[in-house]
Each structure stands twice: as C-alpha cells, then as structure tokens.
Ligand binder design. Structure first.
Ligand SMILES: [Fe+2]
Ligand SMILES: [Fe+2]
Length: 243
C-alpha cells in the first residue's frame, strides 16, 4: 500500500493535533505546571531534529524527530500520569488517520511512549534524541508569570536559568547540556528535581554512541562514560541553543 510522506507541516495543520496540544497546555496550566504549550513543543521539535542531524541521521529520521517532538506531550491532554504511554497511543491514531505509513507512526509512538522517566527507556536514536531534547528544556521562559511562586522549587529553578544549550561535540563524542543559572536557585536544587532526568539523558546519549555531560555555571556535574560504540560520523561541533 502507498502512504503519504507526512511532514511536520501536515501534523501542525491537523485539527486533532491542535486540539490535543491546546488541551495539554490548558490542563497543565490549571495544575500549576511549567509551560507545556507551543513554546515547549516547538523547542522539543526543533531540538530533537537538530540532535538527529548533528549525529548523522538521514533526512526522513530527522523529519520523524520533528513530528515526535511536536506530539510528545499530547498524553497530558488526558492525564499527567503515564502521559508518555497515552501520548504514544493518541499519536499513533492521529498519524495513521492523516495518512502516515503505520510503520513510521509506530516508530514515533514508541519514542513518545519512552520519553518520560517513569516508564521510558530509549530504544534507538529517535527515542534518545527526543529524551535529550525534552529534558534539556529548563528555562525561565517556561514559567507562567501569573502563577510564579518563589516557594515552588520548580518555579525557582526555572526562573534562575538564564541560558541553556545543548552541544553535540562530534570531535569528543560528547553531548553537553550547558546551563547558566543565577542565585534565584542553585545547582543543588536543579539536581533535586532533574537528577533522574539527567541520568536518563546519560542513557540516551549512550544510545546515540555519545557521552553526556551536564555543565552548570562552568562546572562539570557528572561523570558519565558511554558504554557502546559510536554509530555515526562527523567532525564538527553543533550548538543547539535557547536564550
Ligand atoms: Fe512529557
Ligand atoms: Fe515535554
């Protein structure tokens, strides 16, 4: 059977996708979470694609990365709990209905189902890139200014982050998350809420054949050594930034 080559533009223009992202954003705002709307999914969409590009993926896998990034949090339209699994299920249905090859839809569903630390294990490059993109999005622009609570550790940590960027250092086989934070919070508080996610990033980087480094205010925080061989080629350094 012939299937369409579904692009990120097709996904963005789907009424079903718009409704799900709108619901996920509204629901998590009501619950008091940091921003999970168009700003977050745009960042994850772009960053997943950039990680795949920098680590040598082919054009179609990069496109699938964009789509997975755009859809990865739609499970939050139902519930925060297990939203990776519900998001994978919802995304598979939407993608097949707009004409995607079910094999590609299943690949994206698998990546989405494995992006959360409660149930997720990166199985391949798509999944690993999605995890690294999602978990690197801590930044003051994610705070809902109307609900900002200085006694909430998540708000405090996000508010303190003035700059964050991911570097794919192909010469050293390192994927480096660089965070610049001010005294609104401190690295210890960052680790209190992000430790499990950073360990997940270490595993994801290994899946890509890279070592993961977390650098906060110029200090290397972790000591991760990848355990598998690198599977891609390259000699430059790509910086994927947000400020
Ligand atoms: Fe998520
Ligand atoms: Fe997310």
């Amino acid at each position: 059977m012939e299937y369409k080559r579904i692009t990120i533009a097709d996904v963005k223009s789907s009424d079903e996708v718009r409704a799900l992202i709108d619901m996920q954003s509204k629901y998590l705002e009501i619950l008091g979470y940091t921003e999970h709307g168009l700003r977050h999914v745009s960042y994850v969409c772009k960053t997943t694609a950039n990680i795949l590009r920098e680590t040598g993926a082919d054009d179609r896998l990069i496109e699938l990365g964009e789509i997975a990034g755009w859809l990865h949090d739609v499970g939050n339209a139902l519930s925060r709990t297990r939203h990776g699994l519900t998001g994978g299920t919802l995304s598979y249905g939407v993608l097949v209905r707009i004409g995607m090859d079910p094999a590609e839809a299943a690949h994206i569903a698998n990546a989405i189902a494995n992006h959360e630390e409660e149930t997720g294990i990166a199985g391949d490059a798509l999944s690993a890139a999605l995890i690294l993109a999602d978990k690197s999005d801590a930044h003051r622009s994610r705070i809902n200014k109307r609900n900002y609570d200085e006694f909430d550790i998540h708000d405090r940590v996000n508010m303190s982050i003035k700059k964050n960027y991911l570097v794919v250092d192909r010469d050293k086989d390192v994927i480096r998350l660089v965070i610049i934070m001010d005294s609104t919070s401190a690295p210890m508080e960052y680790l209190q809420i992000y430790l499990e996610r950073m360990v997940m990033c270490e595993t994801a980087a290994t899946r890509l054949g890279y070592t993961f480094e977390l650098v906060i205010n110029g200090v290397l925080i972790n000591h991760h050594k990848r355990s598998r061989g690198k599977y891609t080629l390259g000699s430059n350094e790509g910086v994927l930034s947000q400020d």
